[in-house]
Write a protein that binds this ligand. Structure first.
Ligand code: Z5A
Ligand code: MG
Length: 188
């Protein structure tokens, strides 16, 4: 009998919501519970494309908006063969940001054009200001209307341990349901 596929669990949210902390803790907990689970992150700053993105985010270089959107996309595509391989081998992948951040952050730039008056002070990386994050959050809410994806909202204002427990329970459930289905046509 073929091995069960892994689940693709994506953590999305605004800056400093705790995604990286929770992604790491989730992989640890899933492995401790006997699952095969691994961590991925986007942007993946270690690749050549990722280095360009990191420099852009740190405001060391400027890249035209459409081009940088495509670089973020390419940075995910370069990991797709690995993602497919791992999922088909039964490894659950916990992904710290994915394509939804790509849409939300580019979308927030579009909104910025009509909402520029609300612009706040910049943080140390590009996009790290309250008004921009608020627009990105609005975009995430729009994306969550897509009911073909199994979105779950988590209250990230609780303690790290309490948020972890919420995400762990939801993830165990997602692994149970996702691995009963064949790999979807996610990359068409
Ligand atoms: N971006 C894009 O434009 N297009 C794309 O396609 C993609 C991304 C994929 C960099 O991403 C930027 O790239 C991002 C979106 C854009 N710009 N913004 N915003 P990144 O993932 O590298 O971003 P980052 O700079 O690492 O920040 P972050 O990932 O948003 O933070 P986080 O991972 O959500 O938070 P954290 O590192 O886990 O926690 C932050 C701190 O809070 C840390 O000290 C924790 O200990 C603390 N923390 C965490 N949880 C809690 C709770 N529950 N209570 C108290 N303290 C907590
Ligand atoms: Mg992070």
């Amino acid at each position: 009998m073929a091995a069960r596929r892994g689940a693709l669990i994506v953590l999305e949210g605004v800056d400093r919501a705790g995604k990286s902390t929770q992604s790491r803790k989730l992989v640890e907990a899933l492995c401790a519970a006997g699952h095969r689970a691994e961590l991925l992150r986007f942007p993946e700053r270690s690749t050549e494309i990722g280095k360009l993105l990191s420099s852009y985010l740190q405001k060391k270089s400027d890249v035209e908006d459409h081009s940088v959107h495509l670089l973020f996309s390419a940075n995910r595509w370069e990991q797709v063969p690995l993602i497919k391989e791992k999922l088909s081998q039964g490894v659950t992948l916990v992904v710290d940001r994915y394509a939804f951040s790509g849409v939300a952050f580019t979308g927030a730039k579009e909104l910025q054009l009509v909402d520029a008056a609300k612009r706040g002070a910049f943080g140390h990386e590009r996009y790290e200001n309250e008004a921009f994050q608020e627009r990105a959050l609005q975009c995430f809410h729009q994306l969550m209307r897509d009911t073909t994806l199994n979105w779950k909202m988590v209250d990230a204002s609780k303690s790290i341990e309490a948020v972890h427990e919420d995400i762990r329970v939801l993830s165990e459930d997602a692994i149970r349901t996702a691995t009963e289905k064949p790999l979807g046509e996610l990359w068409k």
